[in-house]
Design a protein around this ligand. Structure first.
Ligand SMILES: *Cc1c(COP(=O)(O)O)cnc(C)c1O
Length: 423
């Protein structure tokens, strides 16, 4: 083993002749599902002889002498095994793999949760006096961060209708600094015109450049390549589909060269780190994300279409169905749909609760994106401020896992039957 000029650890082993430089993307057009498998597996990161990167559990890194310690402090290189807080090859491998999934990306930072990723991304671009625009269907903790921490810091947040599209430009003022999007919204599933909004942001000639951020947890880069569509920073609650097994919390932010330094510096200053064990598990999840997402997409669509035909169901909120607001943008911009969607049932919240309580294969719990199906009552009317949620029917959100679809449908059928008897 040796430490290269940039501090990266290399193993002195013969390389396999002619092995393409997949990690570097040597000009070959490698498909996204292949990239999920090859990403972050350069010989420098894996040692060249194992499929997976070793788990480097380390805070302290040892130096051969004082001179090399001094040089490395000054250099501040990427992927420099300097001290545990800056990560080790285990974390860098996952960072690289996520960067390789996102055309146009320069780098990825990891965070201990999706919420930490959102907060740190926002903090890396906002300063007192700035105005943040946030889509009204954004994840509740994103709103809490804006209405609490950012407000105290002197940043004003204005919410807007997710269906506004490029008209969001009407809300721009000289202090508008950032737009946080979530498309589709993870409770109500409106899909917004992301390219339209990004184009409007780029055209704006205000006091400060407008940065566009997207919570892309639902689609992942597999179904929506955010930076290519104009987004500046794309955020994942990796806890969901990347990890995929409901056993690790993690977040990531991937960005372009333009914003990379700020993102990295903010994460450093706030001491954001993930453990090598968690990074290892997330990387393991990432390898199978392609097959999982495709299976979950197919199952969720079958179930959504089945639900549409049930008498008790008022509406199915699924981006791939024509009645979902913004379906046309999903069709134009996305290459697939995930396994998370909502539906509304005619009648009271008690009836919805009865349905959920009766389900046997669907667990009741937060989070989603794992291998197991979940059902949850959701209350969009509690969060909205810019465009109130007026539908009085109860909303139920489903995470479709990897169980057999026929079993899930049968379970929902008996749940609906029980709800029907509740009246
Ligand atoms: C779960 C979730 C998050 C937050 O992720 P955590 O890892 O739970 O902090 C962010 N955005 C969306 C859309 C989510 O569903």
């Amino acid at each position: 083993m040796a430490v290269g000029p940039n501090g990266a650890v290399t193993w002195l082993l013969p390389k396999k002749k002619g092995r393409p430089d997949l990690a570097g993307g040597n000009g070959r057009d490698i498909k996204p599902s292949t990239r999920l498998v090859t990403g972050g597996r350069s010989d420098e990161l894996t040692g060249g002889t194992v499929v997976n990167p070793p788990v480097w559990r380390a805070s302290t890194h040892l130096y051969p002498d004082v001179a090399s310690l001094d040089t490395r402090i000054k250099a501040d290189d990427e992927q420099d095994f300097f001290y545990g807080r800056r990560g080790s090859p285990t974390q860098w491998s996952l960072q690289e793999a996520l960067t390789e999934m996102e055309p146009g990306a320069h780098g990825t930072m990891l965070y201990p949760s999706g919420v930490a990723a959102i907060s740190c991304a926002l903090l890396s671009v906002l300063k007192p006096g700035d105005v943040l625009l946030m889509t009204d269907n954004a994840y509740d903790p994103s709103r809490s961060f804006a209405d609490g921490f950012l407000k105290n810091m002197g940043v004003e947040t204005r919410y807007f209708d997710p269906m506004m599209g490029a008209d969001v430009a009407e809300l721009f003022c000289k202090n508008t600094r950032a737009i946080l999007l979530e498309s589709p919204g993870s409770l109500t599933f409106e899909v917004c015109d992301i390219p339209g909004i990004c184009a409007a942001a780029k055209e704006h000639k205000g006091k400060r450049e407008i940065v566009t951020l997207l919570d892309n947890t639902w689609a992942t880069p597999l179904f929506f390549t955010a930076l290519e569509k104009g987004i500046d920073m794309t955020i994942l609650a990796a806890t969901k589909y990347v990890v995929g097994h409901s056993d690790v919390m993690m977040g990531s932010v991937t960005t372009t060269k333009r914003w990379w330094k700020r993102l990295r510096q903010t994460a450093r200053q706030l001491g954001q780190v993930v453990s090598p064990d968690d990074a290892y598990l997330a990387a393991r999840g990432l390898r199978t994300m392609g097959v999982r997402l495709k299976a979950q997409e197919k199952a969720a669509l079958e179930i959504a279409n089945w639900l549409k035909q049930q008498d008790e169901v008022a509406k199915v909120l699924h981006p791939a169905l024509a009645e979902c607001p913004g379906h046309e943008f999903w069709k134009r911009d996305f290459t697939g749909s995930a396994g998370l969607f909502s539906f509304t049932i005619k009648g009271s919240k008690a009836k919805a609760a009865k349905l959920i309580d009766t389900l046997q294969l669907f667990g009741i719990g937060y989070s989603w994106g794992g291998f197991e199906s979940l059902a949850l009552p959701v209350y969009p009317e509690r969060d909205r401020t810019a465009n109130p949620w007026t539908d009085e029917n109860a909303v139920i959100r489903l995470n479709i896992g990897l169980e057999d679809v026929a079993d899930l449908v049968a379970d929902l059928q008996q749940g609906l039957e029980a709800a029907r008897q509740t009246g």
